[in-house]
Design a protein around this ligand. Structure first.
Ligand SMILES: Cc1ncc(COP(=O)(O)O)c(C=O)c1O
Length: 385
């Protein structure tokens, strides 16, 4: 390998922070299920005092995820929502946030029903047009918060264009990269100041643990978030850190399979007579396909499609067998869900209508099963309509 050249993505996923254990040579990172650490004498210890503050398994995961997103450091939390909340706790009453209008439903729930009561202000705009972001920034704006592609409408925002606006206005850009994973999209390289993930999804990849991460680009951000870990305490447990460390080892391989299956399923749905519309950035019909090609290196496996009505969605969802009806995404198994009654129920009918989420929409997180089995399952389920 050429000197100074960064190892490739899969190599970093498998080796950064995942070095063999110096004590035993174990090839997997040890889990340190300890609350505290013995100190040699007053003020003298091995760098660890109490596990809310730091833990060796957590340190390893934080090194690994920073390397995957090409940030300077990362901080992990008990869930994606805890990670997003941690960023917000570094702000204060009177601070203003500009955010996308079709974010994962839990995010506006946190903003409107928790943080607004502490005096923070939020403006929701369609961030697929960067000019809307520029117009919404005020004197007290501290952060622009963008999810791309969005959940569930698969709308893209131009990370580079928005980051240029943010930097001119001295506002930080935070990008939720959960849907693409760092394998297909690298927001920091496009100008983002911080990246957020629900590690619950593709990073873990096996639907067996919740978690969240904030990847930082500046020492000050990482220090503030380490303080939030210590002061607020919503940290990720050593065991769940280990699950993510294990999961990311196969991230590159899994994402290739997710993407290959995603493309086949999107084409299949697009041709199906019972499906009225498909939302997937890899389809020629997606209005932002050019942007997708520019800022992503794959299209992933998140697809939303329109069945026409709540009753149609209900009929097909009752029939699925290979696909599992359930919330969440990004696992090896295909998960299928109904945004209006599940992930986006908290928005209410009016809120959903405003951004274009209908009762007939179904969202699918295509897994890595044999694609012909997913196709056959969706076909028989759709034919129940
Ligand atoms: C895009 C996105 N961001 C954040 C979250 C929140 O993550 P968690 O469920 O781990 O708290 C979710 C959850 O579905 C999500 O889809």
């Amino acid at each position: 390998m050429a000197k100074n050249k960064l190892p490739g993505f899969a190599t970093r996923a498998i080796h950064v922070g995942q070095e063999p254990d110096p004590l035993t040579g174990a090839v997997t990172v040890p889990i340190y299920p300890t609350s505290t650490y013995v100190q040699q004498e007053l003020g003298k210890h091995k760098g660890y005092e109490y596990s809310r503050v730091s833990n060796p398994t957590r340190d390893r995961l934080e090194q690994n995820l920073a390397a995957l997103e090409r940030g300077s450091a990362s901080r992990v939390f008990a869930s994606g929502m805890a990670a997003i909340n941690a960023i917000c706790t570094t702000m204060k009453a009177g601070d203003h946030v500009v955010c996308g209008h079709d974010l994962y439903g839990g995010v506006p729930r946190l903003f409107n029903q928790v943080l607004a009561d502490f005096g923070m202000e939020f403006t929701y705009v369609d961030t697929s047009d960067a000019a809307n972001v520029q117009r919404a920034i005020r004197k007290n704006t501290r952060m622009v918060y963008v999810e791309t592609p969005t959940n569930p409408l698969m709308t893209l925002s131009d990370i580079r264009a928005i980051s240029e606006i943010c930097h001119r206005k001295k506002v930080e850009l935070v990008v939720d990269n959960t849907f693409m994973s760092p394998y297909f999209q690298q927001p920091i390289a496009l100008g983002a100041d911080m990246v957020v993930h629900s590690t619950t999804k593709f990073l873990n990849g096996h639907s067996d643990g919740l978690g969240g991460v904030v990847v930082c680009t500046k020492t000050e951000q990482a220090e503030k978030l380490a303080f939030v870990q210590k002061a607020v305490g919503a940290i990720l447990s050593p065991f769940e850190c280990w699950l993510v460390l294990r999961g990311v080892k196969s991230l590159a391989a899994r994402m290739k399979e997710h993407d290959a299956n995603g493309r086949v399923i999107a084409e299949f749905l697009d041709q199906h007579k019972k499906v009225k519309k498909v939302f997937y950035p890899g389809l020629a019909s997606h209005p932002q396909r050019a942007l997708a090609r520019r800022q992503m290196t794959g299209f992933g496996s998140m697809i939303t499609f329109e069945t026409g009505s709540l009753s149609n969605a209900g009929k097909m969802l009752k029939k699925v067998r290979v696909c599992s009806l359930g919330e969440s995404l990004g696992g090896v198994e295909t998960l299928i869900s109904h945004p209006a009654t599940m992930t986006h129920a908290a928005l209410g009918e009016k809120g959903r209508k405003q951004i274009g989420i209908t009762d007939g929409m179904v969202r699918i997180s295509v897994g890595i099963e044999n694609v012909e089995d997913i196709v056959a399952d969706l076909d028989q389920a759709l034919n129940a309509i």
